[in-house]
Design a protein around this ligand. Sequence first.
Ligand code: UDP
Length: 248
Amino acid sequence: MTSVTRKRAGKSKDIIKKDGKTFFEFTDRTTAFDGIKKDEFPHKGEVCCRLSTYWFEIMEREGIPTHFRAFVPPNIMEVEYLEIIPIEVIWRNFVAGSMLKRYELGENPKTGIEPRLGARIPDGTIEFTTKFEEKDRLIDEQEIIDSGWLTHQELDYIRGCTRRINEIMSRHLLEKGIILADFKIEFGKDAEGDILLADEVGTPDGCRFWDQNSYKQGVIESLDKDVYRYEKGDLSDVYLRIYRRICE
Ligand code: UDP
């Protein structure tokens, strides 16, 4: 039997199709600020693949359907091929990143949230951005429905699922002295039209992790891609450290 391999490069992962199966290869590529900043860091792909595997297995046990099928050490994951829903879902427990920037510019202020880095957001908040535009653009639920990307019912499901994913990850991380400040996830639809958690989950590429002890002392110690975005430390060191704290 001939086996045809096709490879497509994303920003940090390559998608490989082989013998009717789909694989994600987590690479050491790192980008920030919509691809303006680019570099490579040893171990990064392996750390993100192992961490995603760790969290996907927890989500499946908790009854959240995901596209995860198998871990192929050290940095490959077999996944179910899905039609990706073209939105990024962001959950925030604390003010940081683009939300803080918006507040500083006076854009989209939400009532009841203190516009300060590290301020807690009571009960958390969900946001949606576009996925396939040059720059991620904040969109509201009406635009998602009007674009035909999701129905009301599907959006409700995604909202509830994201809240649960936050509860599960926050609980596990707090046991390890880590605060989950915010995270981004993506969803896709399988052949039956069911919605599954897709892409990667719980990695320092897609989450903000803060050391809880430092936070209590009024210092934000990032254990995620912010060390690269804002040149606060060596990405390989920080990613290995967070991996060990979560998984070992
Ligand atoms: N995020 C991501 N991919 C993106 C945009 C954001 O994984 O394309 C993650 C980011 O790491 C953070 C959360 O989503 O954990 C919220 O990001 P934010 O909107 O604050 O934007 P950023 O600071 O990344 O510009």
